[in-house]
Ligand binder design. Structure first.
Ligand code: SAM
Length: 209
């Protein structure tokens, strides 16, 4: 069995049940999103280092966040924290359009190059402070934040469509909880998914640098 298939089996055992999400992870080569010397570890269920002192997220957390976005193929999705581009590649297979914002030029450029090489055409990568979201293209059906925020940034809540889902780690680097906020006509509903550990979300509505 390939390392990638073992990863999928392990995600299934850990409770990832959305077959479309599992298929997206099974057909996206994670080794293409890390440096050559890290390739042998690409299918370990752990976060791995990328450039600029950042990380590519753990496959289980990528799968859980994606599953929580409940995508059917028609959605517009905003990702904050492009990093390697891996989560964006997964979202791209499950939604109609993905906009991803990264604060480091270098990461944004490399991620765009990887997505182009993999012929993924429905992702737009922007460089900037994602804590203010993307007012120009809002509302979004789902917003996935892949860095830990001190609290849920108001602009991101405002940019969610009716019944939209915002998935975001909240807390500092040592104590974070992955949260899902769902917009509903009766008011926003927030629930906790699990403890997690992401790098900090740095910006106007995040942590200071
Ligand atoms: N989604 C990424 C992937 O699949 O590789 C992993 C992202 S990494 C855990 C978090 C990323 O968020 C880093 O690349 C970091 O530079 C970025 N980041 C932190 N604060 C940000 C902000 N305010 N706006 C945009 N990106 C930010």
């Amino acid at each position: 069995m390939s390392d990638q298939q073992s990863m999928i089996d392990s995600l299934r055992r850990r409770g990832i049940h959305d077959e479309r999400v599992l298929e997206a992870l099974a057909t996206t080569p994670r080794e293409r999103f890390v440096a050559t010397q890290i390739e042998p570890h690409a299918y370990a269920d752990s976060a791995l280092p990328i450039a600029c002192g950042q990380t590519i997220s753990q496959p289980y957390i990528v799968a859980l966040m994606t599953q929580s976005a409940r995508l059917t193929g028609r959605e517009a999705v905003l990702e904050i924290g492009t990093g390697s581009g891996y989560q964006a590649a997964i979202l791209a297979k499950l939604a109609s359009r993905v906009v991803s914002i990264e604060r480091y030029d270098e990461l944004a450029e490399k991620a765009a190059q990887r997505l182009a090489e993999l012929k993924i055409k429905n992702v737009e990568i922007h460089v900037g402070d994602g804590t203010s979201g993307d007012q120009l293209n809002a509302p979004y059906d789902a917003i996935v934040v892949t860095a830990g925020a001190p609290e849920i940034p108001e602009p991101l809540i405002d940019q969610l469509a009716e019944r939209g889902r915002l998935i975001i780690p909240v807390g500092d680097e040592t104590d974070q909880v992955l949260k899902v906020l769902e917009r509903s006509p009766e008011g926003d509903i927030v629930h906790d998914l699990c403890p997690c550990r992401f790098v900090n979300l740095i910006g106007k509505h995040g942590w200071s640098a």
